[in-house]
Design a protein around this ligand. Structure first.
Ligand SMILES: Cc1ncc(COP(=O)(O)O)c(C=O)c1O
Length: 423
């Protein structure tokens, strides 16, 4: 009773005292997702007469037409029954899970053991560990443009600068190496290479990857190879893990379950440390220390991982790729026939960038207005290219069911027709 009275007195006194303001941290204020910054400022109100079709989300599970194989579900159920999964794992991950990842990704050209693997909370967590391990506040990393916006968010939140190297749409979104060379400074610490690419849907040739590796060798820079879309490539193209093409350039290859196994919500990613000449010794220690910040990734998924990687039948991946390739072809065919739009045919992943020629339109000056009005008039939502640092394009995610894609493309055609410059 007395305690209650005392508390009441403290509360009453405190309510009258003016507190010092409670400010948010510098890091939190520097943490900006460019997609949110742009989309939150768009006026995205759909046309109430038409159901919304969103081709904006890079989550392949949202429409329900793509789901993981039952092997993953069974593996999770079995993992839940194991008492070890109810406790903490080592912060870099369970040994069995790291060994399974190493075995799955090891090749004669780029051998791996469990000691070369760090497990993280999603590929996003893996990228965070790599960037933080390699760069200090005031340092710089090179990132692709157009590129996945999280690179910028992670770097700038820590005061690490991003230098954006151009990708060339006319060259299947290959990196412009001449431009890249102009961006190197004494503060450059690493180059992020994303292959297959979000948002471009490109898959680099062996020759281009070798050129990129030669560049990094010349400038003595390690690579953060974002290979989350590894193996999601269409016929006529081959995915080459970057580390299989060099014995010299140190590479932190990041990946995860999210896309290939269609379980982005399970938040399991990893770093593969490829370092034949012990150039990343300090970085190994750094990754270990940084993994302790969140005491490691979810243990149930880690324990399920060996079965998921070993027992998911190849036919599951083949079916996913077949569907994505069919949708990519459909998307390219439907959109390339629309005057005023240009299409770079995707080679893999689940994305496509579509160019807008503002001069072909009477009243659409840029990608922001295009996506805003497309939503307002046709209830079709796509992310404007500016979300990826690339104006006058928009990004399509073509994981939606075929009938929804066809409907969306019919509406885009009608929209473009209405807004075309008539002269
Ligand atoms: C290129 C790229 N890297 C990393 C990620 C993050 O993957 P995760 O969901 O495993 O964090 C994504 C997700 O869309 C991505 O597109």
């Amino acid at each position: 009773m007395t305690a209650t009275n005392d508390n009441a007195t403290v509360d009453a006194a405190s309510a009258k005292t003016a507190w010092r303001p409670i400010h948010a941290s510098v890091v939190s204020k520097r943490t900006v997702n460019p997609i949110r910054r742009i989309v939150d400022n768009l006026n995205v109100v759909p046309n109430a007469a038409k159901p919304v079709i969103s081709l904006a989300l890079g989550d392949p599970t949202v429409f329900g037409n793509l789901s993981t194989h039952r092997t993953s579900i069974e593996a999770m159920e079995e993992a839940m029954q194991k008492p070890q999964t109810h406790g903490y794992a080592p912060s870099i991950g369970f040994e069995v899970a790291r060994a399974a990842i190493a075995a799955h990704h090891s090749t004669p050209e780029a051998p791996l053991t469990s000691g070369d693997v760090v497990i993280a909370s999603g590929c996003s967590g893996a990228l965070d560990l790599c960037i933080t391990a390699l760069a200090n506040e005031g340092d710089e990393i090179l990132v692709p443009q157009p590129g996945f916006s999280l690179y910028e968010t992670l770097a700038t939140s820590k005061g690490i600068g991003c230098q954006y190297y151009r990708l060339r749409p006319e060259q299947h979104w290959e990196a412009d190496l001449e431009h890249m060379a102009t961006l190197i400074t004494p503060r450059t610490r690493a180059i992020v290479i994303n292959n297959p690419s979000n948002p471009c849907g490109s898959v680099y040739t062996r020759a281009h990857l070798l050129d990129l590796l030669a560049f990094c060798e010349r400038h003595q820079l390690p690579i953060i190879a974002d290979e989350i879309y590894c193996d999601l490539v269409f016929s006529g193209h081959t995915f080459h893990p970057m580390a299989t093409l060099t014995t010299s350039v140190p590479i932190l290859a990041v990946g995860g379950l999210a896309k290939k196994y269609l379980v982005p919500g399970w938040r399991l990613g990893w770093i593969l440390i490829h370092d034949r000449h012990q150039r990343l010794q300090e970085i190994r220690t750094a990754l270990n220390s940084l993994s302790q910040l969140i005491i490691g990734a979810n243990t149930v998924v880690q324990m399920a991982l060996p079965k998921i990687l070993a027992d998911t039948p190849p036919s599951f991946h083949a079916d996913t790729i077949r569907l994505l390739e069919k949708h990519a072809e459909l998307s390219a065919t439907c959109l390339s026939g629309i005057p005023g739009l240009t299409v770079v045919v995707p080679q893999g992943a689940m994305y496509m960038m579509v160019g807008i020629k503002p001069e072909a339109f009477a009243d659409i000056p840029n990608d922001l207005v295009f996506t805003e009005r497309l939503m307002a008039e046709e209830s079709v939502f796509c992310l404007p290219g500016q979300c990826f640092g690339y104006p006058n394009y928009f990004r399509i995610v073509y994981t939606a069911p075929e009938d929804k894609l066809r409907e969306a493309y019919d509406r885009i055609r009608a929209f473009v027709e209405r807004h075309r410059s008539k002269c």
